[in-house]
Design a protein around this ligand. Structure first.
Ligand SMILES: *Cc1c(COP(=O)(O)O)cnc(C)c1O
Length: 423
């Protein structure tokens, strides 16, 4: 007789299949690049990876990983604080801090884990966490965990990117100020780049507002690294919220003039980010912040006290990826040129593509079944793009999410648009 669980699981899975929400995993038979070899479809153009700078299969990134494996073996067989910290972890954490313009950073096996370490470790009863409604699931779960394990941590949600008026960030900050039980630190948290919209948070305005209320600003910039700013450092760089040149990086043309002319937009207090997208694409995440926050995470973060570090191979390849990004700003520029070209061409083909400077180009097709059918047809045409529908995005807002990479050529983008025209 099937267990209660088996019967229930079967019914849930059947329901997913019947409603068209059941996900089929595509098997990729070679490295991630502008094109990928897909089992059953052959070589396809890849427009659904977060490999924004094309570094996932860069020879230097691969070699650094192999060297890491040779020099340090498979891993530490320990958590960080016992005997689980290799020198490449320290090197990578210094590189990340240098890239982000923060005092310090600490790495994790994923950005998900980094987020999980953040609020439950740093918040105390009386604190309030204010979150954008479209924030990534890892932030939402981190807030849920913080409010569950530390009674007296408050939370509030504001409408996506709405800073003034009803259900806005300001309204949440005012409510926190009025709440007699909320006497602690206020934290405002947002994605830098929203993954389904490709839109960006207005960080300078948020910084200003946070300053008015004594709140800290936390940004998860997983889709911003490699993409935003002249050097791909993130959404804060895009807004000029980082004023030093990066030590060791190639100077950009006119950089000094541009920097001194930029208004002082203030700083982001804490970042989380991933190494599993533009920055090598293997795995791993980080918190980048001031030394006190990082020290507390090292001392008290449960994911770092009770779980292993990033594998050394990945730490080495991620470090190489960041160094390449800082050294070759033309790679970031190439991505920006590709993004501008793709948005223009997709628009000219008659599709409704959301405007933004990010590498995420959602094409709104409204109906979920239509989005899924279109992505299936694109695969038959040799183009790998994923359709997202309800419940990942609201009903009626189904979309194809096209993601552009510096690895794409204009010919690749032309072929994408040709395939879209055939739909
Ligand atoms: C992808 C993503 C993550 C998760 O990154 P992992 O390193 O794969 O855990 C977290 N936050 C945001 C905003 C993301 O886009």
């Amino acid at each position: 007789m099937p267990s209660l669980f088996d019967a229930r699981a079967e019914s849930i899975l059947t329901q997913l299949r019947d409603s068209g929400q059941y996900k089929m995993l595509q098997m990729i038979e070679g490295p991630m690049d502008a094109t990928v070899r897909l089992r059953g479809y052959g070589e396809c153009l890849c427009f659904c990876s977060n490999n924004y700078l094309g570094l996932a299969n860069h020879p230097e990134v691969v070699e650094a990983g192999i060297k890491g494996l040779r020099d340090y073996g498979a891993g530490t067989a320990s958590v960080r604080f016992i005997c689980g910290t290799f020198t490449p972890h320290e090197t990578l954490e210094r590189t990340i801090a240098r890239m982000m313009g923060t005092e310090s950073s600490y790495t994790f096996v994923s950005a998900w884990t980094a987020a999980e370490a953040l609020f439950p470790t740093l918040c105390e009863p009386g604190d309030t966490i204010i979150s954008d409604e479209l924030n990534h699931a890892c932030l939402i779960d981190s807030i849920r965990l913080a409010t569950t394990i530390k009674k007296g941590v408050h939370k509030a949600v504001y409408r996506n990117n709405v800073l003034e008026g009803e259900k806005s960030l300001r309204a949440a900050l005012e409510a926190a100020r009025a709440n007699r039980d909320a006497t602690g630190q206020v934290w405002v948290v947002t994605d830098g780049v929203f993954s389904m919209e490709g839109s960006i948070a207005d960080l300078p305005a948020m910084r200003k507002m946070c300053d008015e209320y004594g709140a800290l600003l936390v940004v998860d910039d997983s889709h911003g690294h490699g993409v935003m700013g002249a050097r791909g450092r993130g959404t804060h760089e895009h807004f000029g919220m980082i004023d030093e040149l990066v030590p060791g990086a190639t100077p950009l043309r006119g950089e000094n003039a541009a920097r001194s002319a930029a208004p002082n937009a203030g700083r982001v207090d804490l970042f989380t980010g991933t190494l599993g997208k533009a920055l090598g694409g293997g795995a791993g995440g980080f918190i980048a912040a001031g030394r006190r926050a990082i020290d507390l995470v090292v001392q008290r973060g449960r994911p770092t006290l009770f779980s292993n570090a990033l594998p050394c191979t990945v730490a080495c390849s991620a470090n190489a990826a960041i160094e390449i990004m800082l050294r070759e700003p033309q790679r970031v520029q190439r991505l920006k040129d590709n993004v501008a070209y793709a948005r223009r061409k997709i628009g000219e083909a008659g599709f409704d593509v959301l405007k933004s400077p990010t590498a995420i180009c959602p094409i709104i097709v409204h109906d979920t079944a239509r989005a899924i059918a279109m992505s299936r047809r694109l695969l038959e045409l040799g183009v790998f793009v994923i359709g997202f529908g309800y419940p990942v995005v609201p009903e009626g807002h189904a979309r194809l999410r096209v993601q552009i990479s510096a690895a794409h050529t204009t010919e690749h983008i032309d072929r994408l648009v040709d395939a879209l025209r055939k739909l």
